[in-house]
Design a protein. Structure first.
Length: 556
């Protein structure tokens, strides 16, 4: 485990816990630390227990620890739930009006937040700002750093927030010094924001979505910056409309993407099949969460890999990637968009709450260069055949209005011109045309870093994982001298790269956030396997301690 410092802020829905966590992460980031922040909340508009854990390290991180150094408690429930997680020498900072019974033996800093807010004429929602100021004093962070952070990241009621934070700072007592590392901070962004930036980088022209956790933040981000990026954002009445509207955009020649979670994607699957049959490109950001059905709508899961692989009736090619960090989301989102358009197939960016709503220190300057994916354009030779058969299976594109020509697309089986047919020979030829694109996609994927390998080259034990489990596996494996092998592209499966990565490995452990081992099943379809498996399916991500304990058991 990397040396790190973790702080939790907890309260009720409506207390501004998430906003406080974001500001807390940016405050510590300004000292030069690398940040990972995780949010946890029930599916309630008000009430319940919300908390955010901000972890800081000198090294890049992307996972939480169970152990905490400071707990900022807006409610007594926060103390009850999390006090046991405090390390020896850890500190509780509490809102004295709401936490009456202070645990015996605990190092407690009590701040009379209610009185301070009344004296400043501040609303109750600024309780979190007051405790933020108190935390800065407890951690020995200079006031000037707090002021700079608030001014940069709190656009509304800035002066009042500063006064409240200052009162909290003055009311607390220093317990430690969190020293500056003397280096520039990195941007702290979440996966939703990174996906949005990546799609914009890839030339997105329209974004269509109906809000569903964990990708609602992506819809909000795209709507907020639509004018800056110059694309259209639409929220229709349902997920059915989302998918069909995006395909209409593609028919008209506009690059469109959608976002949803499992329940919404269920409604989209017929339109997803229409994309496959009509060869209309669309990029789907699929935010996984625990099911079946509504399941745990505000928690995390990796249980929809096979859903994405097999969604829709019939057989047709698709592209599926699973980024692990905001940096990878920024890199691979435009790649999916580009491949979807080059090969006229649907693409899926498979993510989860851990990535979508988790915040990470990110340096966009480290992003891989974006391949240029040329779209086959019609040469103007009449008559136009929308589904002209070619060696690659990719038909030249043209978009209406097209003087003197018709652009016919069809969900029914069709001939080269787009006219419906039930002829056996035409059916075989058109199906082979569509599936032939899968061969081209396999070659394309092999040109990309589709499998990431970290750890000692000589290591004979490897963790196999995918998606958001990448960072926690890499951190734990580094401490144990293990290798980590992670496919970033899940379909077409990068078999050549995976086989190369496994050379010399004698023992493998497949780590997944689902109950049935969906990556393991996919590996077995490719003739590969794993010796052991670790699975977590309670809606929470692996912590560093979770994974260390699991590996100690299976590797003993």
């Amino acid at each position: 485990m990397y040396d790190s410092f973790s702080v939790l802020i907890g309260g009720r829905a409506g207390d501004g816990v998430n906003e406080a966590g974001n500001l807390l992460g940016r405050l510590i980031s300004r000292l030069g630390y690398r940040i990972y922040a995780e949010v946890d909340y029930p599916s309630l508009i008000r009430g319940g227990h919300n908390f955010c854990v901000v972890r800081a390290s000198a090294q890049a991180i992307g996972a939480r620890t169970d152990a905490l150094d400071v707990v900022l408690a807006l409610t007594a429930e926060t103390v009850d739930r999390h006090r046991a997680r405090l390390r020896s020498g850890g500190t509780l900072v509490v809102d004295a009006a709401n936490v009456k019974d202070v645990p015996r033996g605990a190092d407690v800093v009590a701040v009379d937040v209610v009185t301070l807010l009344k004296e400043e004429g501040a609303p109750q929602v600024m309780r979190n700002t007051c405790l933020l100021g108190a935390f800065a004093r407890v951690a020995g962070i200079p006031w000037e750093t707090v002021e700079d952070t608030v001014r940069k990241h709190t656009p509304r009621e800035q002066e009042l927030n500063l006064r409240v934070a200052r009162r909290g700072y003055q009311a607390a007592e220093q317990r430690r010094v969190l020293p500056s590392l003397g280096r520039a901070p990195q941007a702290v962004i979440n996966g939703n924001e990174a996906i949005g930036l990546g799609l914009a980088r890839g030339g997105l022209e329209a974004f269509i979505a109906y809000p569903m956790t964990p990708v609602t933040g992506l819809l909000h981000f795209m709507a907020h910056y639509a004018e800056d990026f110059g694309f259209t954002v639409v929220q229709p009445e349902s997920e059915l409309a989302v998918m069909l509207m995006s395909l209409g955009m593609a028919y008209a020649g506009r690059r469109a993407a959608v976002c949803t979670s499992g329940g919404g994607f269920c409604l989209m699957t017929e339109g997803f099949s229409l994309s496959g049959a009509a060869e209309l490109p669309v990029t789907v950001v699929l935010g996984q969460r625990p099911g079946p059905s509504t399941g745990l709508p505000t928690y995390t899961s990796q249980s929809e890999l096979h859903f994405a692989l097999h969604a829709g009736q019939g057989e047709f090619p698709r592209v599926i990637v699973a980024p692990a960090t905001p940096l990878e989301a920024y890199e691979w989102s435009p790649a999916v968009l580009g491949l979807s358009w080059k090969y006229q197939v649907p693409g899926v960016i498979l993510v989860d709450k851990t990535l979508c709503e988790g915040s990470f220190s990110t340096d966009a300057g480290e992003a891989m260069s974006l391949p240029v994916y040329e779209v086959a354009a019609w040469d103007g030779a009449s008559p136009y055949k929308r589904y002209a058969r070619t060696d690659t299976g990719v038909s030249p594109l043209a978009f209406p209005p097209l003087p003197g020509e018709a652009v016919k697309v069809d969900s029914y089986e069709h001939d080269e011109a787009g006219l419906t047919t039930e002829d056996a020979a035409e059916t075989v030829a058109m199906q082979e045309k569509r599936l032939g694109k899968l061969v081209q996609l396999e070659h394309e994927i092999e040109l990309l870093p589709a499998v990431k390998v970290t750890g000692p080259a000589e290591a004979t034990t490897a963790l196999l994982c995918w998606g958001s489990n990448g960072p926690v596996c890499e951190e734990v494996a580094a401490g144990l001298g293990l290798k980590v092998i992670r496919p970033r592209v899940l379909w077409p499966f990068p078999a050549v790269q995976m086989e190369r990565a496994l050379r010399g490995v004698q023992r493998t452990v497949c780590v997944e956030g689902n109950a049935t081992g969906q990556l393991l099943s996919l590996l077995r379809l490719q003739g590969l396997d794993a010796d052991d498996a670790l699975r977590k399916y309670d809606g929470r991500p692996f912590s560093v301690e979770d994974l260390e304990a699991g590996l100690a058991e299976v590797l003993s």
